[in-house]
Design a protein around this ligand. Structure first.
Ligand SMILES: NC(=O)c1ccc[n+]([C@@H]2O[C@H](COP(=O)([O-])OP(=O)(O)OC[C@H]3O[C@@H](n4cnc5c(N)ncnc54)[C@H](O)[C@@H]3O)[C@@H](O)[C@H]2O)c1
Ligand SMILES: [Fe+2]
Length: 335
């Protein structure tokens, strides 16, 4: 008998989720008997003031925290090297990333640069990392990339005008805090763009040839949560339930990515982002409906079953019609 291939999923050690779960920050750090950390964030996040509370919580518990607050959006190799030269002087025992995918990916890369005597260029690609990094704690402020759970980190390589990935289980963050309060300051445009990135992860994982029962269970739930809440958070950023749906959806879509994978949407989005510097979520979103139309013959059954599970388009007379209606609605959502 032919069974499905065995899938493995490696998870962070501890995850705290829900409004105010940021309160767990010191427990996570102290569980590793750590006294000295570096918080890494970017200018936009830092200016909102949301990094103040975690800083204060750590201080209250006698944990020393250095701060770097200038990670560039979608950073390039040299920009990460500059931050590495700065933080190695701090000698941190743990890195805490508070931000979107740009910050969390940077933290994942820096953690292994601190424990491997290897140039960043030589870490690019799959399974090039020898030693696990110092412990990391990821606190996403976008919903988002799912970077807090994936074995991937993306970096811009200007020489090739393209973005490349570092892929290794050794960079999966050790601790994750999913606190929707940390995402409430995200303005509508970024909420939409980053939310569509998560939506693409979930849909792509579901229609990918690598889709399997394990990834489906995360991808389907993620599609449902994001579909239900993305318009709500776009129109009312303070809707905490919708913000939490988005954060959970993005996190689950990240897990789906771990055992399934992106499709041509993400593959085509990387050169678009690398060459024209279009934000990652936007470049994915503009490609998504067109790719689904192009691949309709291959994906119609999967899309129709997804739509049926969501109780959508009950009047459709065929799987093809149900799938086409869903693609039309996704096109509207993207617009
Ligand atoms: N590692 C992975 O698995 C993975 C998956 C998909 C994408 N990525 C990568 O992640 C990067 C994109 O990450 P992103 O889409 O999260 O965006 P981002 O991290 O680049 O942030 C976008 C902007 O949003 C601002 N911002 C973030 N949180 C905010 C908040 N709460 N309030 C106000 N402003 C806020 C930032 O300051 C920044 O200007 C790209 O480099 C992409 O290639 C990684
Ligand atoms: Fe993505």
């Amino acid at each position: 008998m032919k069974y499905m291939p065995v899938r493995e999923l490696q998870m962070p050690q501890k995850i705290a989720a829900g409004p105010d779960s940021i309160e767990k920050i010191s427990d996570f750090v102290m569980s590793e008997k750590i006294k000295k950390v570096t918080i890494i964030t970017d200018e936009g996040v830092w200016r909102t003031g949301i990094t103040d509370r975690p800083g204060k919580l750590l201080k209250k518990n006698g944990i020393h925290a250095d701060l770097v607050h200038d990670v560039p959006a979608e950073p390039a190799v040299d920009q990460i090297k500059r931050i590495f030269n700065l933080i190695k002087e701090f000698k941190p025992q743990m890195l805490i990333g508070i931000g979107g995918g740009s910050v969390i990916d940077t933290v994942k890369i820096l953690a292994v640069m601190l424990t491997n005597d290897t140039a960043l260029e030589d870490l690019l690609g799959a399974e090039k990392i020898q030693n696990k990094g110092i412990p990391t704690l990821a606190i996403p402020t976008t919903a988002g990339t799912g970077s807090e759970v994936t074995p991937n980190a993306i970096v811009l390589v200007p020489e090739s005008a393209c973005k490349q990935g570092i892929i290794s289980r050794k960079i999966i963050p050790d601790f994750v805090i999913l606190d929707p309060i940390m995402t409430t300051g995200l303005p509508p445009f970024l909420t939409a763009a980053t939310g569509m990135d998560a939506f693409c992860h979930a849909i792509e994982c579901y229609i990918s040839l690598k889709a399997n029962p394990l990834s489906d269970s995360f991808a389907v739930r993620a599609v449902n949560l994001i579909w239900k809440s993305i318009r709500k958070v776009y129109h009312d950023g303070s809707d905490m339930n919708a913000r939490f749906d988005m954060l959970l959806g993005s996190f689950l879509a990240g897990w789906a990515l771990c055992t399934s994978g992106g499709t041509a949407v993400h593959a085509m989005s990387y050169p678009v982002g690398g060459k024209f510097r279009v934000p990652h979520g936007v470049s994915n979103a503009i490609i998504l409906p067109h790719l689904m139309k192009f691949n309709m013959y291959s994906v119609e059954r999967r899309l129709a079953s997804l739509a049926a599970g969501m109780e959508l388009y009950g009047n459709a007379t065929s799987e093809r019609q149900r799938a086409e209606q869903m693609v039309e609605d996704i096109h509207l959502l993207v617009r």
